[in-house]
Design a protein around this ligand. Structure first.
Ligand code: KG4
Length: 338
């Protein structure tokens, strides 16, 4: 008999629902929330209200697009954390209510596991998936982690940021350049036209596999401050070069530790995930690095880089095979590691 998992994602500001049948993606629906744009960041209370408005139509659409009926669903997987508590509560409560109504189990999913396991979502039977063990560079607005993935349930964090995440470095530097939030995609776009060797920014000197991005941020700020004093139009006139130089430095920091981790573990496969893995420069750099070192690279499609419910459904699918269900008293958690 087939296993059909409905995945629900509501950890931040996107409401998502997806249906996976025996590992194959049947539908993947995502509703963004425009309401935060004018505030320059996600407003938690507004996010949870928007989730409440979105969740019924989003789940309904996912089921319809999958061409299944509610009674075909084997279990409902939902993001339990980490994320914004109010937002997580909407998805968690909805999953519980729907599972009670349908008399099917619920499966709690760690959002970070979801990002790592997104590489196992197949859109066609022939899609290739990573072999264990592999190294996953998880880079988002909240995390920068190097993870050794030994199985869908056994993941070891080898290194992580001790201050800002890679996405924060993009967003905070973009903010002082006057770019809209989130700034990462704008830096990416501008960097394509800039000279990446024009500006030099500080790089961290940290032993082991941990990352740090706050020194780079400070160095970027000082460059702007020093130059704006003599030329008020400095940022406007040098937008593309600043973006390209910033992006190059972030990539160099990421690749340096990735290389260390590859040598330390001897893995043959490298995957990237999280919002920052949508960055063109990062994608090219990781692909080139893997090519050069004879490694297999898994670069996710852009729709799987940011929050999505397909990754929640696939993580749920793995847990379903172990009959690893959760109880109705499971509460969401704001913070958790792998
Ligand atoms: O995984 P994600 O959607 O959620 C959070 O962890 O919040 O990641 C969002 C982050 C933001 O910092 C955003 O600026 C960054 O991913 N991002 C990018 C790009 N697209 C999204 N950063 C650089 N280049 C991009 N193309």
């Amino acid at each position: 008999m087939s296993t059909i998992i409905l995945g629900i994602e509501s950890s931040c500001d996107d409401t998502g629902a997806a249906v996976i049948k025996d590992g194959l993606l049947l539908s993947n629906v995502l509703a963004g929330q425009k309401v935060h744009e004018e505030y320059g960041g996600v407003v938690p209370e507004l996010a949870s209200r928007a989730h409440q408005q979105n969740i019924v139509p989003v789940v309904d659409t996912a089921i319809r697009r999958a061409g299944i009926s509610k009674s075909d669903i084997s279990a409902i997987a939902f993001t339990r954390g980490p994320g914004l508590l109010g937002s997580l509560l909407v998805g968690t409560s909805f999953a519980k209510g729907m599972s009670l109504g349908l008399r099917i189990p619920i499966i709690d999913v760690n959002h970070l596991h979801g990002h790592v396991l997104s590489h196992f979502v197949k859109e066609t039977e022939n899609d290739e998936v990573p072999q264990f063990p592999f190294l996953c560079l998880l880079i988002s607005g909240g995390n920068s982690q190097l993870i050794l993935v030994k199985s869908p349930f056994d993941m070891e964090i080898l290194g992580q940021t001790i201050d800002d995440a890679a996405g924060e470095a993009f967003d905070k530097c973009a903010k002082v350049m006057g770019l809209p939030y989130p700034g990462g995609p704008h830096i990416d776009r501008l960097a394509a036209e800039g000279d990446s060797s024009r500006f030099k920014f500080a790089k961290p000197r940290i032993d082991g596999l941990d990352y740090s991005f706050s020194g780079l941020k400070t160095s970027f700020l000082y460059t702007l401050r020093d130059n704006v004093m003599t030329n008020p139009d400095f940022v406007k006139e040098n937008m593309a070069d600043l973006a390209a130089s910033l992006q190059r430095t972030i990539i160099e920091i990421l690749i340096e530790k990735l290389d260390k981790a590859v040598k330390q573990t001897g893995v043959k496969t490298v995957a990237i995930g999280g919002g920052v893995s949508a960055n063109s420069g990062v994608r090219n750099a990781v692909a080139e690095y893997c090519d050069h070192h004879g490694l297999k690279a898994f670069i996710p499609k852009r729709m799987f880089t940011t929050d999505n419910a397909a990754m929640v459904a696939i993580a749920g699918y793995f847990k379903y095979q172990k009959q690893d269900f959760c109880h109705y008293d499971a509460a969401p958690y704001a913070r958790v590691t792998l």
